[in-house]
Every structure is written in C-alpha cells, then in structure tokens.
Design a protein around this ligand. Structure first.
Ligand code: C2E
Ligand code: MG
Ligand code: MG
Ligand code: MG
Length: 282
C-alpha cells in the first residue's frame, strides 16, 4: 500500500485514517449547515437552591439532532465547532434562544424575573470583539432583565490573563450580566486571577462532587472550593449531583446551589414547562 511521494519518499496509506479524515470533513460540513437548517435545540437543566429547595434557574445546554446520524453529543461537536470558528454562531444562537425561551415562560406566568438561565460560552467566541456588540444588541432588542442571564466560561478560557480578556469581562459586567467559572478546579488558573476577574459564581466540577460519597475521602477539595467562593464574595454551585448523600454533604458544607441527575437531567423546553406548571414551588 505504499505510495510514492517523490524520489525515495513514501507514506503508508492507512484506510482507517482516511475514513477518520473524511468523517471529520463531513462533520464540519454538516455543522456549517446545521444552524441554518435549525438542527440544534436547547435543553435546560434546573439549578436548585440548597437553602430553599426551589429552582434558582437553568443551565442551557445545546443538543444537535443530526438528520441521518441522530443525536450528537456536544462533547463531540463543540471541539470541532471551536476549531472551525463555527462556535461563534452556535453560542450566539443558544443565547438568543435562551432569552426567547425565558421571555416565553415569563409570558405564560411560569417563571418570574428572578429565575436565571446560564449560557455556556466558548473562549474562541467571547474573546472576539463582535461578541459584546451582539450581546448589547440582544439586550436592547429583547429588553430582557440582564440579571436573568448568566454566562459561563471555563477556567482555561481566562487562564491566559491579558488586558483584552479583562476588558471584555468588564464589558460583560457593565451590561449587568454575571459571570460564572465553569468546571472550576480542573483548569490551571492561579487563584490571584479570581481576585482580578469580575466573576460571581464558581461551578464545582463534577469530578470533585463524585468523590464526596467516598467515606475515605473526607470531601476532598470541595470544602476548600466553597470556602474560596465565599471568601471572595462569590456563590458556589455543585455540578453533577447524583446521590442524596452528596446533596446532604453539600448542604452541610454550605454550598449554595446544585444541579445534577438527582434533581433532573437536562430537559426539552416542553418538559421544563410541565415541570414548572406542576410545581411552581419546586
Ligand atoms: P458543562 O457546561 O460543564 O455542562 C454540564 C454537563 O454535565 C452537561 O453535559 C450535563 O448534561 C452534564 N450533567 C449534568 N448533571 C449531571 C449528572 O448528574 N451526572 C452526569 N454524569 N452528567 C451531568 P452536556 O450537555 O453533554 O454538555 C457537555 C459540555 O458541552 C458542557 O459541559 C459544555 O462545556 C459544553 N456545551 C454544552 N452546550 C454548550 C453551548 O451552547 N456552548 C458551548 N460553548 N459549550 C456547550
Ligand atoms: Mg456549563
Ligand atoms: Mg460545567
Ligand atoms: Mg463539566
């Protein structure tokens, strides 16, 4: 299967590698058309207050229903979307759709304007100059209470500390939109960054929550992370809470909010509306 490249040069033709490259190219092409074809949908996962037991808000999580391949997980297509730059239009669409949905639920009297929706942003996108313009336009056009929207960025997105990043974060804050750090504890940012960045929420990564049931483990870093959040005037949200034991421990540690399969998986908007209608006090 060796093919000549030139005098004395050969490469080995590997059909598996060829398939992978083709697949990847196909995925890129499909992704390009998916926004126009409206193949994405936003699912919402409730975030619960550990003091009142009520819904504090939701996290918006994008879903892709591919016409022939079926459901594709964001874990598989977000990296491709980031590499190709398509993430900018996807993130913006999720943001617009979340705002539209919040306002629809408000009109149906299912929520009030204390309920929040947290939208994930890729660093590739929010660091572009156009992002803040789009954000201002959206706020202006919809007149949504900006406190209802939270933006989630990962620790690694701001690990590269520079003035431009700091400026953008401050511009977001000037729009009265609060920022959360997603998957906190898994990146490599130094704690001194937290003091400089205008951040309001630390989301404790699921990998830390998973370990707190373990009697040998003494809750690991979770008490420390909650302590850091509170010391800096921020709130702590636990991600991926799956068991009642985890919930009790988090409550005991003074964690403010939690989300996870114990309460609810991410649900489509219809299911969320039912849940809100059934139990507004939830
Ligand atoms: P994330 O922002 O950390 O979101 C939390 C992920 O954990 C979600 O996965 C959610 O479904 C899952 N999860 C929630 N509770 C539990 C639980 O109790 N157990 C387990 N095992 N998992 C739980 P999902 O929806 O597959 O999203 C994966 C990641 O893709 C997200 O992680 C986020 O980084 C990214 N993502 C999702 N939607 C968007 C988006 O609109 N824009 C961008 N840029 N990224 C997104
Ligand atoms: Mg998130
Ligand atoms: Mg997360
Ligand atoms: Mg995560």
């Amino acid at each position: 299967r060796a093919k000549a490249l030139g005098k004395g040069q050969y490469y080995i033709f590997d059909p598996a590698m060829h398939d992978e490259a083709l697949n990847r190219l196909q995925l890129e092409n499909d992704l390009r058309r998916a926004v126009e074809r409206q193949e994405f949908k936003v699912y919402y996962q409730p975030i619960i207050s550990l003091t009142t037991g009520k819904i504090y808000g939701f996290e918006a999580l994008v879903r892709w229903q591919h016409p022939t391949r079926g459901f594709i997980s964001p874990i598989d297509f977000i990296p491709v979307a980031e590499e190709t730059g398509l993430i900018a239009s996807i993130d913006l669409w999720v943001l617009q759709e979340s705002v539209r949905q919040l306002q629809a639920w408000q009109h149906q009297n299912l929520i009030n304007d204390k309920v929040t929706c947290s939208v994930n942003l890729s660093a590739r996108h929010f660091l572009q100059f156009s992002f803040i313009q789009h954000l201002r336009e959206l706020l202006e056009a919809t007149q949504i209470n900006p406190q209802m929207i939270k933006l989630e960025i990962t620790e690694s997105a701001i690990a590269n500390k520079n003035q431009a990043t700091l400026d953008i974060l401050h511009q977001i804050r000037d729009c009265h939109i609060e920022l959360s750090i997603d998957d906190f504890g898994t990146g490599y940012s130094s704690l001194s960054y937290l003091e400089e960045f205008p951040v309001n929420v630390l989301k404790i990564d699921r990998s830390f929550i998973k370990r707190i049931d373990d009697p040998e483990h003494q809750c690991g870093l979770v008490p420390g992370i909650i302590g850091i959040a509170h010391t800096m005037g921020m709130i702590a949200i636990a991600e991926g809470v799956e068991t009642p034991i985890q919930l009790e421990k988090l409550r005991g540690l003074g964690c403010d909010f939690a989300q996870g399969y114990l309460f609810s998986k991410p649900l489509d908007p219809e299911a969320i509306a039912e849940l809100l209608a059934r139990s507004p006090q939830w």
